[in-house]
Design a protein around this ligand. Structure first.
Ligand SMILES: C[S@@+](CC[C@H](N)C(=O)[O-])C[C@H]1O[C@@H](n2cnc3c(N)ncnc32)[C@H](O)[C@@H]1O
Length: 425
């Protein structure tokens, strides 16, 4: 369950994974799939489609009061992952003010009709339109909507496939889509080899395969959104690969769409990517919470770059650091506190890059890292000023230098300084 820590913060399963043993006591069909390890801990085989299906059915009933039936061989939706998308959609819509009533269009609702069912369960005042191209899926979706008394909340639409957005759609708050990810069976089979897709119970061909895969599907949504404009406030889509997200972002930028937000949906070993865009002006997207995954990356980036000093005393370390900085003509100021010495530096990064390059060239070795290969790159490098502080900490007879860039975008240059100082200070 590697990514569970990065689930949406409001996801009820985030710090509270289902207790399979207790769930088995309530749901006999699920109980069949509960196994116990030597320590007596219950688990299920996530590679077993039947087990995942019964887990979904049990979770939907227990925690959301939803009765779900799925035809055989259909895509089994995993509840925590679907919740992540819906909760992110809430965040996006709420950044411009909370409104309990929303109208959302789910493109490709599948046989489960999972997003509208869950969406109404967690936001009883929301209404959904939901389309699908496949008659069998629509029949099953209809059954699920009826079985849950949601016919007044969820309107099903048969899509011809020619257009994503049917004419009958008036003004909507958002659209969402979990598109068929794969271009063809070969691509799908290749992906199923990866552990991340093992638990997804891939479903029928119409559910998972569409010519051009999710990129083509997303591109079609982007193109049609240009015509729809602000008839839909937010357009959103879930993508299966990080590379597809990059491609969709360039499609959006190519259309001069500038208000774009992205996120990651994490559950178990699975990660998906969310992208949303709007044509509305002055939307305070900064109010949309940063995803836990992006937060963890930012946190990692904020960690100082640490290196051990050759000497054990901070004063000696400072003396040798000053000597080196003087040699490469980098000016600095020093402050002393009881627990640490801090050296503030504002310099041209090329001071240490050039020094390093010269040394390497002397040694007649291949040049890497901060070397710039062309004259232009060298000019660019030298034009960039770097600001950082170096803290010298001493404890237990050991001395450590912590290099802290003022601006994270300059982390690479500060890293180069650490490489340059290594073995000298
Ligand atoms: C990956 S499934 C998603 C099902 C469900 N939303 C979920 O998340 O479990 C994609 C669905 O899109 C449907 N679909 C494919 N092309 C479509 C189109 N042009 N318009 C509407 N639905 C389409 C498929 O039949 C399939 O049910």
């Amino acid at each position: 369950m590697a990514f569970n820590a990065y689930m949406h913060p409001r996801n009820p399963y985030k710090d509270n994974p289902p207790d399979f043993s207790k769930l088995g006591e309530e749901f006999a069909d699920f109980k069949k799939y509960v196994q116990y390890n030597k320590a007596g801990k219950p688990f299920i085989n996530f590679r077993s489609c039947a087990a995942v299906r019964e887990l979904t059915v049990a979770l939907l009933k227990k925690h959301f009061g939803i009765k779900l039936t799925l035809p055989t061989n259909s895509l089994v939706p995993t509840v925590p992952l679907r919740l992540n998308y819906l909760l992110w959609l809430e965040d996006i819509l709420n950044c411009n003010g909370f409104d309990p009533e929303r109208v959302v269009f789910d493109i490709g609702c599948g046989s489960s009709c999972i997003y509208p069912l869950l969406g109404v369960a967690i936001n009883p005042e929301w209404n959904f339109f939901a389309s699908d191209i496949d008659d069998r899926n629509l029949r099953s979706a209809k059954e699920n909507v009826e079985n849950n008394d949601m016919t007044t909340k969820i309107t099903l639409i048969k899509s011809s496939g020619a257009e994503i957005f049917p004419d009958e759609l008036e003004k909507l708050d958002a659209c969402m889509c979990n598109p068929p990810f794969f271009n063809d069976q070969v691509e799908m089979d290749a992906t199923k080899m990866r552990p991340t897709a093992n638990s997804s119970c891939a479903g029928s061909k119409t559910e998972t395969i569409s010519e051009g895969g999710d990129l083509k599907f997303a591109t079609k949504i982007v193109e049609e959104s240009m015509t729809m404009g602000d008839r839909i406030k937010w357009y959103s889509i879930m993508l299966g690969k990080k590379q597809t997200l990059k491609s969709v972002l360039s499609v959006l930028k190519g259309k001069n769409i500038s208000t774009i937000v992205t996120t990651e949906f994490c559950q178990g070993n699975t990660m998906r990517w969310g992208v949303a865009w709007t044509f509305l002006k002055d939307i305070p997207t900064q109010l949309i919470p940063v995803s836990p995954f992006q937060k963890s990356i930012l946190k990692k980036q904020k960690k100082p770059i640490q290196m051990k000093s050759l000497v054990n005393k901070s004063d000696e370390c400072l003396t040798s650091l000053k000597k080196i900085l003087d040699e490469i003509s980098v000016s600095y100021t020093v402050t002393k506190e009881t627990s640490k010495l801090t050296v503030y530096i504002k310099a041209q990064a090329d001071s240490w890059c050039h020094a390093r390059r010269k040394r390497r060239q002397k040694q007649n070795k291949s040049v890497q890292n901060c070397e710039t290969n062309s004259v232009n790159e060298q000019k660019l490098e030298s034009s960039l000023e770097v600001e950082l502080s170096i803290e010298i900490h001493s404890s237990n007879g050991k001395c450590t230098l912590c290099l802290i860039p003022k601006d994270q975008s300059q982390r690479d240059k500060v890293n180069n300084l650490a490489v340059f100082l290594k073995g000298k200070v």
